[in-house]
Design a protein around this ligand. Structure first.
Ligand SMILES: Nc1ncnc2c1ncn2[C@@H]1O[C@H](COP(=O)(O)OP(=O)(O)OP(=O)(O)O)[C@@H](O)[C@H]1O
Length: 258
């Protein structure tokens, strides 16, 4: 059986034994291994500063690891630039809002296709994302700045899918959204998976993210502390109190019969 630190070959994205940090500062990721299978949602949860966003930066080529390996579709991609990672099939939706508010929804979405040269391919992808995100189709000619935060997030998702990525990296997609918009965002993530796209998701909203995800990894101090099927993590008492807001019953909690 392949060890944890060996490339497995059955995954779209593999980050194996990664060490990474910023400049001369101390390491942020300290031997982290994360794997994303085809058409699955993998969710990274953990405390502030654990290194979740840094994992996505390494995966998209924004930050070169000091050691370890990155494989995309089983191919070596460790020192790829962001442009080459995009061409290899990894699309990164950054934290916060990144739509160009003074451009139309159509212009924002088409910007995602800047590496695609075939007009026929672009037209086919436009149909695909309009079908996947009804709001994008309905507001196609509106100024992006006139859309709500949740609607703008869907424009970002649509833009990220214009290159037909194999894996979409989503950094805190529900940040700053109200509960209803948050719910829509998680529904759209599930729809991306149904359409065949794998997702590596970083979320503060750990419970809702794990409810959507197939697999989860709990990061702590730059390593994967606990990992497994998302349903198992949701039931894991080690996560309950820390990340999921579960309360442990008081030892002598009064009952109705008391
Ligand atoms: N551009 C940067 N330059 C220097 N240090 C950074 C940079 N970005 C992040 N860090 C540091 O790396 C560590 C991990 O940050 P990261 O954003 O990956 O954590 P996170 O788990 O995503 O946290 P949060 O949940 O708060 O977003 C933190 O100590 C942070 O200060």
């Amino acid at each position: 059986m392949a060890s944890e630190q060996q490339p497995s070959g059955n995954h779209l994205l593999e980050l194996v034994d990664i060490e990474a940090g910023y400049g001369r500062a101390a390491l942020v990721l300290r031997g982290l291994t994360v794997r994303v299978p085809p058409a699955r949602v993998v969710c990274l949860v953990g405390p502030n500063g654990a290194g979740k966003s840094t994992v996505l930066k390494v995966a998209s080529g924004m930050l070169t690891p000091r050691s370890g390996r990155i494989l995309v579709g089983g191919q070596e991609a460790t020192r790829y630039t962001p442009r080459r990672m995009l061409s290899a099939g990894l699309s990164h939706v950054l934290q916060g809002h990144s739509v160009f508010k003074e451009l139309s929804v159509a212009e924002n979405v088409r910007l995602g296709a800047y590496t695609v040269t075939s007009k026929a391919d672009i037209a086919e992808r436009v149909d695909f994302v309009k079908n996947l995100f009804p709001v994008v189709a309905e507001r196609w000619n509106s100024l992006a700045g006139a859309l709500s935060g949740g609607q703008q997030k869907q424009v970002e998702f649509a833009r990220s899918l214009m290159v037909s990525p194999r894996v979409v990296l989503l950094d805190e997609p529900s940040m700053g959204l109200d509960p209803r918009a948050t719910e829509t965002v998680f529904e759209q993530i599930a729809r991306m998976r149904s359409a065949g796209t794998a997702v590596l998701l970083v979320e503060q909203n750990a419970r809702r993210a794990l409810e959507t995800a197939d697999l989860g990894c709990v990061l702590d101090l730059g390593r994967v502390h606990i990992s497994g099927p998302a349903t198992e993590l949701l039931a894991d008492p080690r996560l309950g109190e820390l990340y999921l807001g579960n309360r442990r019953a008081a030892p002598h909690a009064p009952t109705v019969t008391d």
